[in-house]
Design a protein around this ligand. Sequence first.
Ligand SMILES: [Zn+2]
Length: 272
Amino acid sequence: MPEAPELEAIREFLEREVVRARVTRFETLRPSVIRPLAGDPGELVGRRVESVERVGKFLTMRFAGGRALVVNPMLTGSFQRRRPSSRVYKKTCFVMSLDDGQQIRYLDGRQMGRVYYVRSDRVGDVPQMESLGPDVLGEDTFEGFLERIRPFRGEIKGVLTRGRVISGIGNAYADEILFEAAVYPFRKRTALSREELGRVYEAARGVTREAVEQVRVRMGEDGRLGRRDFMRVHNRGGEPCPRCGSSITQIAANQRITSYCRRCQPGMLIGS
Ligand SMILES: [Zn+2]
């Protein structure tokens, strides 16, 4: 599931590949994924791509003439740059042909992601975008973070992944961030001291920034993402903790994996 580091690397890729190119054809292959809030996205033909932005897990491509595509890839959405002659996979949702002879294709195996075609000045109307907290790599202050986190009293991992306090963090990087901060993932936010919350805040930004670099160097020339083999605890249950050497604990709750080190991130499972 792409989170801020993957989407930031994809944003850089798209910025490099498509900005200033003109759309020569737009084909919708999976209409159920597209939300045409500003007419038919076929009218993108003839428009140039002006910018590619990201907030949290939303990527926004802006086009000349006040139109935008906002993509929320959810679990399995991905982008590819392809020659028109290359095979089109079944899970392709849209194909955007450009005047430089390439195509940008958006694929989504489970089709849980959404692509919104909107007016540029209505990007904020995209569902769930308005309630997002500042991007994990965006401008922020620790005092602002403390202020925003106050209403959320539940387990810190859940608070981080909901996207309201900071956006862009999902299940995998939340484990990495809490490991870095040495905070037990199931502790209640209300049980965390200001000092511990400070560590979480710093780790969120530091871990994400570092991960962007790791994702960037693993990305294929066509925009395909590489392996997340740089992760330190997530999905490494049973392996030695990189900090203390004891075995990493891994549990599945609510159909999500949580990995952490019992020694480096102490806490009780219940009542902590
Ligand atoms: Zn450890």
